[in-house]
Design a protein around this ligand. Structure first.
Ligand code: GLC
Length: 541
């Protein structure tokens, strides 16, 4: 097991939906025993840390992000003992496990809320945010705009309104109440005591409310988040907190202080990778990287292309959003809230060159990459399923019944079974023996990245050669880092974002570089020729 306290800087993460991964008992839902069975696959892929989507008891209004009990797991996924065994088995194999921690809100079925709404003087009343009217905090945006008209919901029993940033079935906890704060810290301890390696902390900008603000990123929220971090540092050193805050890089900086989160998702770069690829021009990526301030050495960005939510278009301009919808969501049904409910392969026209290219960027930009389960085999989506479920369908293992996911007659959602992406064609078994399959190309990127800590720890310099179809940057280890880590010290990444052959003169001091992915040597004292969507990871010096 990696004992380095900075392990997360070198790690490749895998976002795993237990429910979707492998069903060991044939009830149509994946479970922890199924996850244990699939350990070998994750070892083959080469990922180092699994991020588990919520597995707590829940009425599933928001697919588990509506927690009904923080101290248990949903019986559909198994027992606490199964969970512990999974942790032991994964740890023994060298894979760390973090899970979603949802603290902003609970389910309205949580006993705390049931008590809270039962009377005005119930001891749990002030565990949630209640109001006489729905006219407070009007400067707060609505996140689930397709379903919710207000952040307030009326409770007829007590004649007051309660505050919710997501579905009305997800009342927000009242962090002004110290009992709530203490309880949430105890929830953390419960899972960390069991051996979990950290949390992806959900929806953290919204913990506190203050009149006259937009109720995001408030100072009070940061104070509490620092308390969370103190628990980790004092009681569980080496475990990590990853911030889910869909914000601009400059607004994320306070979260990435050394006394707050070790990691934060870099949301705004994600749509810009898709923009640059569609335009065959690097500029959108250059702009956002120029806008990304430096962070301290113990902090790290988390990079991703897709996840379990819609491809969010919150961190783009209105004009860019309309453009993204036009280009990537031509059918209205593909749009959801401020985003696009599609998976990676369908977004990229199932073109393996484009998928490999974006993966090559994902794995080489500054930060730690996250692979969304199924994207490594190019799984499709089902836009006709409700909410975001169309990108949460069962993992496709082989061509047998239910893609080898489950022996049940009915699974929690149907397996993808269409012409382009049906499980008979797109599955792990069909790809594992083919060196050029998406699975093995992804695996190779992970392998090479993992052998060269420069990708996780090195500095980043954007290069701007004359040809704007070429996205190019250098990653370089500091002198100090060179002493402690192995692998290449300086890597030049060159990517042809366009569908045409491109010629580019790099104009850097190196005369040649060896591609870490293919072993081929490329000369840099003359122009480089890149095939459509080709990428190089050139070791310099
Ligand atoms: C986060 C999750 C999303 C969930 C929301 C509310 O954004 O990624 O799936 O619906 O929080 O918990």
């Amino acid at each position: 097991m990696n004992q380095d306290p900075l392990w997360y800087k070198d790690a490749v993460f895998y976002e795993l939906n237990v429910r979707a991964f492998c069903d060991s008992d044939g009830d149509g839902h994946g479970d922890f025993r199924g996850m244990i069975q699939k350990l070998d696959y994750l070892l083959y892929l080469g990922v180092n840390c699994v991020w588990l989507l919520p597995f707590y008891p829940s009425p599933l209004r928001d697919d588990g992000y509506d927690v009904a009990d923080y101290y248990n797991i949903s019986p559909k996924f198994g027992t606490l003992d199964d969970f512990r065994e999974m942790l032991d088995v994964y740890h023994a194999a060298g894979i760390k496990v973090i899970s979603d921690l949802i603290v902003n809100h609970t389910s309205d079925q949580h006993s705390w809320f049931i008590e809270s709404r039962s009377s005005l003087d119930n001891p749990k009343r002030h565990w949630y945010v209640w109001s006489e009217n729905d006219q407070r905090y009007l400067q707060t945006r609505i996140i689930f705009i397709d379903t919710e008209a207000s952040n307030w919901a009326y409770d007829p029993h007590t004649g007051q309104y309660y505050w919710h940033r997501f579905y009305s079935e997800q009342p927000d906890l009242n962090f002004d109440n110290s009992e709530v704060q203490e309880e949430i810290l105890n929830v953390m301890r419960f899972w960390l005591d069991m051996g979990l390696d950290g949390f992806r902390v959900d929806a953290i900008p919204y913990l506190f409310e203050r009149e006259g603000t937009n109720n995001e990123n408030l100072a009070e929220t940061h104070q509490f988040l620092k308390r969370m971090r103190r628990v980790v540092d004092d009681e569980y050193p080496g475990r990590i907190l990853l911030a889910e805050a869909n914000q601009w890089p400059r607004d994320l900086l306070p979260y990435l202080e050394p006394d707050e989160f070790q990691m934060a998702f870099h949301f705004p770069i994600m749509p810009r990778l898709f923009m640059a690829l569609r335009k065959g021009n690097r500029q959108d990526v250059v702009d956002i990287m120029n806008d990304t301030p430096p962070i301290s050495p113990e902090n790290q960005w988390c990079m991703f292309l897709r996840n379990h939510d819609e491809l969010t278009l919150e961190m783009v301009t209105e004009e860019q959003r309309q453009w993204m919808w036009k280009e990537y969501a031509p059918d209205d049904r593909m749009r959801l809230n401020l985003g696009i409910r599609r998976r990676l392969a369908p977004l990229l026209d199932n073109d393996i060159r484009k998928i490999n290219l974006l993966n090559a960027l994902l794995f080489s930009l500054p930060g730690s990459p996250i692979v969304y389960y199924g994207d490594e085999i190019g799984m499709g989506d089902n836009i006709w399923l409700a909410d975001r479920n169309g990108v949460r369908t069962p993992m496709q293992w082989d061509e047998s019944k239910n893609a080898g996911f489950s022996g049940a007659d009915i699974t929690y959602e149907p397996v993808i079974n269409d012409n382009g992406y049906g499980y008979q064609k797109v599955n792990v078994a069909a790809q594992i023996d083919k060196p050029d399959s998406l699975l093995n190309m992804t695996r190779n990127l992970i392998k090479v990245r993992s052998a060269h800590p420069v990708f996780g720890r090195g500095g980043f310099t954007m290069l701007e050669p004359e040809n704007t179809a070429i996205l190019a940057y250098e990653r370089e280890l500091s002198e100090a880092a060179k002493m402690v880590v192995e692998g290449a010290a300086r890597v030049l990444v060159v990517a042809n974002m366009s569908g045409e052959e491109q010629k580019v003169t790099m104009g850097i001091d190196a005369v040649q570089g060896t591609d870490l992915l293919t072993g081929q040597t490329h000369h840099l004292n003359g122009p480089l020729i890149l095939n459509p969507y080709e990428y190089l990871w050139l070791k310099l010096g």
